[in-house]
Design a protein around this ligand. Sequence first.
Ligand code: LLP
Length: 417
Amino acid sequence: MSEFTYRNGMLHAEGVSVVDLAERFGTPLYIYSRTHLIRQYQALAEAMKPIAPQFYFAIKSNSNLAVIETLGAQGAGADVVSGGELFRALRAGISADRIVFAGVGKTVAEIDYALSEQIRFFTVESEEELTRISERAVAAGCVGRIAIRVNPDVDPHTHKYTSTGKAENKFGVDLSRAEKAYEQALQLPGIEVAGLHMHLGSPIMTPAPYAEALEKVRPLCERLKKEVETFRHLDIGGGLGISYRPEQAPLDPRDFASAVLPALHGLGLAVGMEPGRFYTGNAGILVTRVEYVKQNPFKKFVIVDAAMNDLLRPPLYEAHHEIVAVQQTDEQIFGDVVGPVCESADFMAQNRELPAVESGNLLAILSAGAYGFVMASNYNARGRAAEVMVSGDRVEEVRARETWEELVQGERIPTWE
Ligand code: LLP
């Protein structure tokens, strides 16, 4: 169920008119629905209730402090992949003992920071990383809790750039080496073996790959549970798909639970999950104003004030995002929605039936709450968009639009003489 619906022909975010928001905060504008975030959290928690997992919100999907805080207040911890994300999670009030830290390239500084905060565990992606965490923990006189990220070599049937659990991907330690890596971990000083982690990729539209991967890692989990007293966690990653098209059925949490719960049954481990997009994807839209409509000999271009620097998914993954008119219309045109950036890759939709719009009208790009703002850049010296959060009839600006002045802060012109 969407929180972005039409009332009297005008798009609303929960109880608030999108036209009003665009006028008040300007465009391009990210709008998030707090109700949607909470509903998604509760739907998955309800479906998975028999094992009551710890949810670690993958804050890479949307790391606005207000979004993290909303989910944290529901009980979510955080899955972080950098020192910056750890900082954000803590700043948003997530306690360190509910934070797990993944990523193939953790630096010494990041490891030291996470150790000093005593996070729940590191998701370890290589043997060398194990050694590094051990050395840093010994130096700091503390213990680094770890879960090895096992790459189960399962095809999640998603875009090649967002598949992570296949043998050829850079992530994790393949199953055949994992046992050795655990032996190594058990020998190393300053390391506590806390669990096992896997993440297959995203978005995953059926639960089958999870069940397949769990079947593969289960024997190792059982053995470790028996042999290692501190081995208590199984983190099954994130990647749960959402619908990006009206005709596309999202992954139903109840179907997910029916497929995955039997595979976890009787393991006796504390299960963790790391959803990102499932919470945030359809909690957000990107609102943009039409600047020009241009017809060239080949096609029509709707030129808007949002660009690839605001939403990179269409050019990067050829991802589909629905685009609707904020003021409903039945008339359609055919063409592309493009931004002002100087690249032919700067498109939000190509060769599409679009609502008939003209200069000054507003469009909403849907399903933009995940991997939208977080992947924004300052390309073409464009400040990043403002972000607002809506809850019922209430609106809060949760990040101000970036100014040109802010863009040059930190730069200096040297005097060479
Ligand atoms: N856990 C780990 C270890 C991950 O690497 C990821 C995503 C997640 C959890 C959360 O996945 P989610 O539930 O959000 O699908 N930029 C791409 C997606 C990259 C995903 C990277 N890792 C996109 O726009 O589709």
